[in-house]
Design a protein around this ligand. Structure first.
Ligand code: CMC
Length: 392
């Protein structure tokens, strides 16, 4: 058919042009809409960055206030959707609960599913940004058997999520401003990352003109895998395992280098960054600060730092250009904040949501939208005649 080669894992194939996020993996540079990630992490906020990614420009104060208010008005879940959580087993992982509930949103908002109607897309954008934190907190509450808390819309976006997650009814819950600020900053760091696996999935599903809820639900499922968003949970499991083995970092690194079945240095390596992931540098510093400020020293931080030190001095990792990625230190912060390991990837999803939305919207407004439909190299049997069952 003329197809002589293919590109497994899209190592060298662009799936789109995009004006949203720029990465220079060799130089360790990440920018959203031209703004360097370190400046956004330090000076901006998650909702401002969400606006920037989705609409292309930083908002004025009035625009940001209107955007924030609109989101605030949509944080409640329909009572029927609230009951949806009763159907899951208590030990369900919150990621599939999240993707199911996001998918189910399209049954509640059938008035806003047209991907080419700007008002409907805007309504879906706001609903997703507003409701996903509520869904995430309910998935968590379900897993620990606690009652759900309705959103408190006098609170900010992240504060509201923290209260719904950690608060209990009839008891005052004061959100720690340090925790809220750091979580907001971590969401900024995760907000977009050009054509990563989940975002490429959102685009692929959307390219069939599936609605935004359906596309984002698919993105959540793609993010769940341990090579992608699931890595932040896997890093903590790895650090716990090393600690349980007496903190033998060198022994663990030896197992990684020997390519023992299933043993990888989780939180290391990246398809695009062949230099220090700029997000990892910011998260590492935040982890050190937060653990100190919260007076929660964690021996796992020492193990992580030793691992990094050993790996970065070892030719196996140096020659393969393997550096810590964004997931390497985030879990330690989430743990200090009180999140169980199962919630770590959900936090990644909350952060990545505006990126998924922005990329889907960018695609839908392309003049020449094409359904994603790769070709293949056929390697199966040549033509052969059917053999009836009694003659096989
Ligand atoms: N530990 C040990 N060896 C590794 C690692 C690692 N974490 N990552 C890559 N390698 C080796 C790999 O075995 C291969 O070696 P060789 O050339 O001898 O076969 C070489 O480095 C190239 O790796 P690759 O798997 O071909 O690279 P990739 O671009 O296909 O994979 C990756 C990128 C992120 C999936 C991979 O580095 C990995 O599995 N890392 C661990 C999981 C992880 O931390 N994922 C989070 C990524 S960042 C945020 C996100 O997307 O969620």
């Amino acid at each position: 058919t003329g197809y002589v080669t293919y590109d497994p894992g899209f190592m060298n194939t662009a799936n789109t042009a995009s004006a949203i996020t720029y990465i220079d993996g060799d130089a360790g540079i990440l920018r959203y809409r031209g703004y360097p990630i370190d400046q956004l992490a330090e000076k901006s906020s998650f909702l401002e960055v969400s606006y920037l990614l989705i609409y292309g420009e930083l908002p004025t104060q009035t625009e940001l206030a209107a955007f924030t208010d609109e989101i605030r008005m949509h944080t409640l879940l329909h009572e029927d959707l609230r009951r949806f959580f009763d159907g899951f087993p208590r030990d369900a992982h919150p990621m599939p609960v999240l993707s199911s509930a996001v998918s189910a949103l399209s049954t509640f908002y059938q008035d806003s599913l047209d991907p080419f109607d700007a008002d409907q897309v805007q309504a879906t954008t706001i609903r997703l940004l507003a409701k996903v934190p509520t869904i995430a907190s309910y998935a968590y509450k379900k897993s620990i058997g606690q009652p759900f808390l309705y959103p408190d819309n006098s609170l900010g976006y992240v504060e509201n999520f923290l209260r719904m997650t950690f608060g209990v009814p009839a008891t005052q819950y004061d959100v720690d401003p340090v925790v809220a600020k750091v979580l907001d900053m971590l969401f900024v760091l995760h907000a977009d990352h050009e054509q990563n696996c989940s975002t490429a999935t959102v685009r692929m599903v959307g390219s069939s003109q599936a609605n935004l809820f359906a596309s984002v639900s698919a993105g959540v499922n793609a993010l769940f895998g341990p090579l992608h968003g699931g890595a932040n949970q896997a890093v903590l499991e790895m650090l716990n395992e090393i600690q349980a083995d007496g903190g033998d970092v060198d022994g663990f690194v030896r197992r990684v280098k020997n390519k023992e079945q299933g043993v990888k240095l989780m939180g290391f390596g990246h398809r695009v960054y062949k230099n220090y992931d700029p997000r990892a540098a910011i998260v590492k510093k935040a982890a050190q600060d937060v653990l100190e400020r919260m007076h929660k020293p964690d021996p796992l931080l020492d193990i992580a730092m030793k691992l990094e030190q050993v790996a970065l001095a070892d030719d196996f990792f140096v020659s393969r250009k393997l550096y810590p990625n964004v997931d390497f230190y985030t879990g330690l912060i989430y743990k200090a904040m009180g999140f169980p390991q199962k919630m770590f990837t959900v936090l990644f999803a909350l952060g990545r949501l505006p990126g998924w939305i922005a990329q889907w919207r960018e695609m839908m407004t392309e003049p020449n939208l094409k359904i994603g439909r790769p070709r293949q190299l056929y390697t199966g049997a040549p033509e052969r005649p059917y053999v009836p069952a009694d003659q096989r």
